[in-house]
Write a protein that binds this ligand. Structure first.
Ligand SMILES: Cc1ncc(COP(=O)(O)O)c(C=O)c1O
Length: 218
């Protein structure tokens, strides 16, 4: 989100009093030179030094490829952190010393994060142009997903047929959202996660390419 959108969101939060809980677990998976703007940085730049009604959630799971670790940190408005700590006491589980030490090692090293980012970059560079020949798809600013519009607009049917015929799993976008004001923002699109290795992602892209051509003409 650009600074202008953050500004708009902060204005709305000021007006209506809601809390902004910003999930930033993909903050280190980006493709350009500049990292995406985080919520705390946006608040700082807009002079909101108390981070009022803003809380940011981070995670090691994407940055360090350790989704099983369930390790991250929460930062933001001190007024919100205080009750959050109490909530954690009753509803969170303590981390084992092994996980704590692994977390310290992962947060203390940037080399593996850069290597991970380069790997994603390579995957997207190879997969995106191939898929763009048959689908409406473009390189995102960040994250490890490609979102493509499907021919005919039925994302669930497209995903089911692709799985049945080519053994490739993608997520129908309509299942990730719900209808609001008459529209489901995920409808008509599929989400592809480029989390497997380069060769496997490329193989999947070839299969999707082939399937899409057949699906279009069927
Ligand atoms: C958007 C989003 N938020 C949060 C999480 C969970 O992160 P963690 O592995 O730290 O529980 C994930 C990962 O699965 C995610 O995709």
């Amino acid at each position: 989100m650009p600074l202008s959108e953050w500004e708009q969101l902060f204005d709305l939060s000021d007006r209506h009093g809601f809390v902004i809980a910003s999930d930033e677990c993909y903050s280190e998976i980006y493709f350009g030179q500049q990292p995406p703007l985080g919520s705390l940085e946006a608040a700082q730049r807009l002079g909101r030094h108390d981070f009022r009604r803003l809380i940011s959630f981070t995670s090691l799971s994407k940055r360090s490829n350790v989704p099983g670790l369930r390790s991250g940190f929460v930062a933001g408005d001190a007024q919100l952190i205080k009750p959050f700590l109490l909530y954690r006491t009753y509803h969170g589980s303590a981390m084992s010393p092994t996980v704590q030490r692994a977390s310290v090692a992962a947060w203390s090293d940037e080399a593996h994060v850069q290597a991970n980012r380069s790997l994603y970059k390579r995957k997207f560079e190879q997969v995106t142009p191939l898929l763009a020949q048959v689908l409406d798809v473009a390189l995102p600013d960040a994250g490890f997903y490609l979102w493509a519009a499907v021919p005919g607009g039925d994302d669930i049917d497209f995903a089911l047929q692709l799985l049945a015929q080519y053994n490739v799993t993608v997520l129908p976008g309509s299942l990730l959202a719900r209808t609001a004001h008459g529209a489901n923002p995920g409808a008509g699109r599929i989400r592809m996660a480029l989390v497997a290795g380069v060769e496997e992602c490329l193989e999947a892209a070839h299969r999707i390419h082939q399937f899409t051509k057949e699906y279009r003409s069927s």
